[in-house]
Design a protein around this ligand. Structure first.
Ligand code: ATP
Ligand code: MG
Length: 264
């Protein structure tokens, strides 16, 4: 039995003969933030799509606590504790904030469509439970007062956190976040940063894709660097920010200085 909450081994996929993700191996632990960084178009989101069963891998394996789960669809992975957010907001703007979060609950619910249609007690009980969970998730992100408002009334930063709330209501033990702070201002970024740290401190295995190097260097235990689909480095923040290959492929002089400032 493995101690790794999430294990990725030799994962790869070809798009039109080009290796978009090329034999990536790393593992991520409970209670830690593991970050994936690298230039645009380098395979980070594709890696998430392989791990969360959106794409079928050409090579490699994914394991959750030692159990092979390669290629399983997201609703099955959700029952094993995995949840994710998307790089582009996937929010229903006309629906209330609460209902948007409640859509996340359906991933873990056991009642089926027939029970829902017939309004069976099992289905009603789950809806009540979902509503409670969604309220609690909104409250912890100080979005509780916006529960009844259409999502379109929320600011961009609030919507980014709403997406995280929707992932959290699944009760996940592995959370994949694809650029949760992209497009956020400095204040909103700090809110996202705090939230992610709290989630990890509660024991969740967080895997984070993010371009904000201050945030990455501050909250990551472990960083994996991709370039053109391959892993070019892996290590603790202070190892990564000083790695020549990473600086020349991605961080550049500016990024390295920013990373150093953030990490002290
Ligand atoms: N469904 C697809 N079909 C063909 N090519 C794809 C597909 N999805 C992604 N790609 C290609 O795979 C490569 C990696 O893209 P990906 O979106 O994973 O990059 P990324 O590292 O997430 O970039 P960014 O930082 O800009 O979000 C790119 O060249 C992209 O064009
Ligand atoms: Mg991406």
């Amino acid at each position: 039995m493995s101690n790794n909450r999430l294990e990725i081994e030799d994962l790869g996929i070809l798009f039109g003969g080009i290796k978009a993700v090329d034999g990536i191996t790393f593992s991520a632990q409970a209670g830690e933030v593991t970050s994936i960084i690298g230039p645009n178009g380098t395979g980070k989101t594709t890696l998430f799509n392989l791990v969360s069963g959106v794409y079928t891998a050409d090579t490699g394996h994914v394991r959750i606590e030692g159990t092979p789960v390669t290629g399983e669809p997201l609703h099955r992975l959700a029952r094993r504790g995995m949840a994710r957010t998307f790089q582009n907001l996937q929010i229903f703007p006309q629906m209330t904030a609460l209902n948007n979060v409640m859509t996340g609950c359906h991933l873990r619910e056991t009642s089926n469509l027939f029970a829902d249609l017939l309004g069976l007690p099992s289905s009603r009980r789950e809806t009540t439970k979902s509503r409670e969970l969604a309220h609690a998730a909104l409250d912890r992100e100080t979005l509780g007062n916006l529960a009844a408002r259409p999502a379109s009334d929320l600011s961009y930063g609030q919507l980014k956190r709403l997406e995280i709330a929707r992932a959290l209501v699944t009760g996940c033990s592995i959370l994949l976040l694809d650029e949760p702070a992209a497009g956020c201002n400095a204040v909103e970024t700090l809110e996202v940063d705090d939230l992610i740290q709290q989630i990890a401190e509660e024991g969740v295995c967080v895997v984070l894709i993010e371009h904000d190097m201050r945030m990455v260097m501050r909250i990551s235990s472990h960083i994996v660097v991709l370039n053109q689909g391959t892993k070019i480095a892996e290590g603790r923040p202070e190892e990564i920010r000083d790695n020549d290959r990473v600086v020349s492929a991605y961080l550049g002089a500016h990024g390295a200085a920013e990373a150093r400032a953030a990490h002290g």
